[in-house]
Design a binder for this molecule. Sequence first.
Ligand code: PLP
Length: 496
Amino acid sequence: MPDSTTIQARSAVLRRSFRKEFPAAVRGEGIYVLDADGNQYLDLAGSAAVNFIGHGVPEISAAMAEQAAKLEFVHTSQFTTPVAEAYAEELLAFAGEHFRGGAVYFTCGGSESIETALKLARQYQIEIGQPDRHQILSRQQSYHGSTLGALSVSGNKRRREIYLPMVREFSHVGMPYCYRCDFDCSDGCRNCGQQYAPELERAIETTNGEAAGFIFEPVSGATLGAVVPPPGYLQIVAEICRRHGVLLIADEVMTGMGRTGRNFAVEHYDVVPDILVTAKGLSSGYAPLGAVIATSKVVEAIAAGSGAFLHGFTYNAHPISLAAGRAVLRYLQERHLVEAGDSSRPGTPASHFKQALESLRNENAVGDVRGIGLLWAVEFVADKSTKRPFPPEQNFAGRVASAALKRGAVCSSIPCKAASTASPVSTYSWRRLRSSPPSKLHGPSDSCVRPRWTRSLHSEVTLRPEWTGQRTISLNHSLSLSSDSCLRCRSRRRSA
Ligand SMILES: Cc1ncc(COP(=O)(O)O)c(C=O)c1O
């Protein structure tokens, strides 16, 4: 990496790591990010499962500029805006019939949206005369965000550990993870879903009537890496919540807005949540944006009750972010990008992506390849037959991700706890890679993208026998959208 494009380890920015060098990105085009020297990076991570429509789409920046020129901001305690009203209607329609008559609360991202959903669930219970209900149940190995409320319902050890004394904890139930299942999965995982779901019922009963909501990721993203639920599991969970008066909160921050080949991932499993949370792909990264989409049941309880949701951020429903989100929604609908992200539909970019990733299954170090739509993960093992993971200190997935970056491909590695160190803060190494690319690969992009990332992963897995130590990598990428975006065909600055 040339020095001129790398911001050195110490800088005025408090960055995510003092041990890592970061290339300085200056431009995005389609599925590529470019640095100051013109090096191009194939964005197989979609940043972090954010970018779904591709980088540098001019329609989005034009919509943002137009809104900024007209009205940059007003406070939601004083005004609404035409862009907020129109966009909320469009999102409710996108979320489906079940949300008809509901309402949307706009935030600046995933964690803010989760905080909002947790408080909305609590207030709903008070409004309907259930003031004892304040506990939010969740699942082990989940991730719901980095603010303290979101951390309290997350199961991701790395992100929670040092803050645990500061968070209020409720029950975390087991999460089906069929590759490493606690139950018998020889029947195509039918049994394990039936085994896991009742854990929730027991946890609800243990709260003695204090459970307000249950939050879940339909497909686990940031912690386990693209783990798809076993058949029937989510339906049973939804039915348990309904029976016990517990609100069902679907966290679709990562999986929403087409990422899994449906508008929202819950549609794969015929589950209708009371509250649906989304972010990331909502604005595809063009502006900070999140949304909490509530059914009429929840909204009416407050409207007919106290009449005010006791919550708010200064930048709720920021007009420029909403203009970006609205333009992204229009763009992905006009270009049928949700369909492009359906990995079960032959010929789609997502099905090619799936095929390419699945070719890694033959590698000795690859234990599992899993996912749906454009959200996939590869889990590495030292021994395929026993599923023994690589020793965490080898940081296998992290090294594969670094090697891929050197070849100009970006993917996300997912951490697990490493061997103990002298530091009071535990260190983590990367055992899985996640890939969630943008959604529209067309002719030339398709033919160069797939071999490129496959080679990046392949070469690291197969050519480095000493890298026998880690577990998973997940690759999120956005598929490029327009016919002129295949930069690699125009310029080959890096060898793949
Ligand atoms: C499922 C899920 N929920 C919540 C969040 C938090 O979102 P944000 O990082 O935008 O605050 C994330 C982020 O990765 C996520 O994957």
